[in-house]
Design a protein around this ligand. Sequence first.
Ligand SMILES: Nc1ncnc2c1ncn2[C@@H]1O[C@H](COP(=O)(O)OP(=O)(O)O)[C@@H](O)[C@H]1O
Ligand SMILES: O=P(O)(O)OC[C@H]1O[C@](O)(COP(=O)(O)O)[C@@H](O)[C@@H]1O
Length: 381
Amino acid sequence: MTSFPDSPVAVLCSGGDAPGMNAFLRAIVRLGLNRHHVPVLGIRDGYRGLVRAAKLVNGESGELVRLKQEITAHAGNRGLIDAQQCIIQMDHASVSGIMGKGGTILGSARCMDFHKPEVRRGAIDLLEKLGVKALVVVGGDGSLTGARLLAEESSLRVIGVPATIDNDLQFTEMALGVDTAVHTLVWAVDHFIDTARSHRRVMVLETMGRESGDLARMAALASGAEMVITPESGPLTEQAMMSYAEEIEGAMTRGRGHAIVLIAEGVQFDPPQTRNGAYVLRDAFQKYFQREGAPFQDLEVRPSVLGHLQRGGHSTPGDCILAARFAEEAWKAILDPAGANGITALQHNKVQIVPFGCEDLPERALHSQAMDRLHDDLSSW
Ligand SMILES: Nc1ncnc2c1ncn2[C@@H]1O[C@H](COP(=O)(O)OP(=O)(O)O)[C@@H](O)[C@H]1O
Ligand SMILES: O=P(O)(O)OC[C@H]1O[C@](O)(COP(=O)(O)O)[C@@H](O)[C@@H]1O
């Protein structure tokens, strides 16, 4: 049996899974083994798996020995097959054939316990006992906050990698998963258009995006959806919904037969609503179209919540390439003795490390506004 590796680098995926996570795992493992000759440990199920392993060991030296034995005895795919094994020593074969696959072979999770400093302390203790020299955290805003806290509370090198289909991280132009999710949304819109055209309907499609409308606006630009409603415009009032409906009716009067409306999940309503935005909008539109004397009283509106369809599926080449670039930059930061903790970010098409807690890119908001203007001019009927 091989012995436990010296000074490995650990990697975990956390928060909502995003296409490109697997491509990143492949790249970080392959660069580690082929270029830098540093072993990589994969931690299963994000912070939850790390916390589970820390609780198992819980300061007991016997348990630590047992954990190390398990990792070395069941390396690579042998470890991955056993869903109970929290830490896996990654080898070439364990990341073979996974590049384009959606989700993450390591699993991901949300772990509320990680908000507690004493729980993070246990995780740090375990990583130190395993001799881990750096931890790479792949995830969205919350995961990267957890990574920043780990960096502040330990002497570990901690590198974050943005991965979220929401594209709500304002310090990077793109996160892993966005390109694929936009691609999937274009595919979805193409399918909905067939029925919208055939039945002369209005289709209201709700995209993901908890607080940001970037996914919806990128999908609208790429698919040609007639209308996109995002949280950045503020809470949606009854009056605003009526004026959207009026706009659609106007287009119908000019000979248009159908419309696709994208609404981001994060859109708030005034007064607040408990139902999904797509359903609220459907009711408001239908009410407007059926008002007394309206010209298109037969115009039907159908809502759909696209949900997790958007998170899965084969990653695009764009996401795979970004994943490889993020992995290369992560290794540079890990191996540079003078390097700092931080997050890989795409800024002005260059991948670099930005420190944790870095400023938002002001151009991100401007870019979103420019996309909205562009979409308005491209889709005005
Ligand atoms: N403030 C925080 N302190 C410590 N850990 C956090 C914090 N915020 C989030 N996390 C950890 O990151 C996980 C993922 O965060 P979440 O916001 O759900 O997803 P994402 O990383 O995709 O934005 C959380 O379940 C938790 O374990
Ligand atoms: O899969 P869950 O846990 O229901 O989470 C849904 C949320 O995750 C997302 O898909 C991605 O968000 P995160 O990147 O923060 O995980 C959001 O768009 C959505 O609101």
